[in-house]
Design a protein around this ligand. Structure first.
Ligand code: 4EH
Length: 229
C-alpha cells in the first residue's frame, strides 16, 4: 500500500519526519516529497505551502505521480465551535470552500456547478480513527471544516462561517485536498489540532501553539499509519 501524508506548513510535517527518520527525497514543482518505507507500506510526506492552490497541487502529485492510494492530512486549525479549545484534535466529517462566491448567478455560497458545497471524508478511515482514539483513550472530536485562502482573525468572519456553513473549524487547505481526492476517487481523512480560536487573538495564539498542536495531530496520524501496516 502507498499512503500520502500532507501538511500545509513545514511545522506540520516536521514531527512526522522525526518519527520515521529515514527517507528518500523527491523534488517536484518546488515541493519536497519525503519517501519512507515503513514495514510493508510506502509513505510519501510533503508540506504543500499555505492555501488551497498549493494543497491541490500536492494532493494531485501524491495521487498521480506517486500513486498514493490513501491520503491523510495532518495539521492545525482555528476553532469556531465554542467546545473546540486549543490543543483539541478534530476529525473532519466534511469540508467546504468558504471563499467561493458565485451568488451573482443565483448559486448558494460555497457552491461550484458540477461540484457540491461539502465533500465528505472517507468513512472507513474515519471509523478506524475513532476506533484508535477509543482504544488509546484519545479525545477525538468530529466536525465540519471550512477552508479558504484567508487566515481568520475576526469575530464577525468567524460567526459568518458558523452561520453560513455550520463550520466547527477553519483552515486554508483541507477542502482543496478533499476536492482532489474526491475527483480521483482516493479515500482521505483530515486531522487538525486547534491552534487558535480564529478571533482577535488568533495570530498570537497561532504562533504560541502551532508546534504543540501540529505535534498532537502528527502523533495521532502515526497511530493511523501503524493501524494500516
Ligand atoms: O496553512 C495556514 C496557516 C495559517 S497562515 C492555515 N493553517 C495555518 C491553519 C489555521 C488557520 N487557517 C485560517 C490555523 N488557524 C487558522 C485560522 N484561519 N484562524 C500563516 C501562518 N503563519 C505564518 C504564515 N502564514
Amino acid at each position: 500500500m502507498i499512503i500520502g501524508i500532507i501538511g500545509a506548513m513545514q511545522e506540520e510535517i516536521t514531527p512526522l519526519l522525526k518519527m520515521f527518520q529515514d527517507y528518500k527525497i523527491h523534488k517536484i514543482a518546488n515541493n519536497t516529497f519525503y519517501e519512507i518505507t515503513h514495514k510493508n507500506i510506502k509513505i510519501f510526506i510533503a508540506y504543500s505551502k499555505i492555501g488551497k492552490v498549493h494543497a491541490s497541487i500536492t494532493a494531485t502529485t501524491l495521487i498521480t505521480l506517486f500513486k498514493c492510494e490513501k491520503i491523510i492530512f495532518s495539521g492545525v486549525a482555528g476553532g469556531l465551535h465554542p467546545d473546540l479549545k486549543v490543543g483539541d484534535l478534530l476529525l473532519a466529517t466534511k469540508l467546504c470552500q468558504h471563499d467561493v462566491d458565485i451568488s451573482a448567478f443565483g448559486h448558494p455560497l460555497g457552491f461550484i456547478p458540477e461540484s457540491s458545497i461539502y465533500i465528505t471524508t472517507d468513512s472507513t478511515l474515519n471509523n478506524l480513527a475513532k476506533q484508535i482514539a477509543q482504544k488509546k483513550g484519545i479525545l477525538l472530536k468530529e466536525g465540519v471544516i471550512a477552508s479558504g485562502d484567508q487566515f481568520i482573525h475576526d469575530a464577525n468572519k468567524k460567526h459568518f462561517l458558523i452561520k453560513e456553513f455550520k463550520a466547527d473549524a477553519v483552515e486554508m487547505e483541507g477542502a482543496a485536498v478533499a476536492v482532489v481526492c474526491n475527483l480521483f476517487n482516493i479515500p482521505f481523512c483530515i486531522f487538525r489540532s486547534i491552534s487558535d480560536s480564529a478571533d482577535q487573538e488568533a495570530d498570537i495564539s497561532f504562533d504560541t501553539f502551532l508546534e504543540q498542536a501540529a505535534n498532537t495531530s502528527a502523533i495521532f496520524v502515526k497511530e493511523i499509519i501503524e493501524a494500516l501496516v
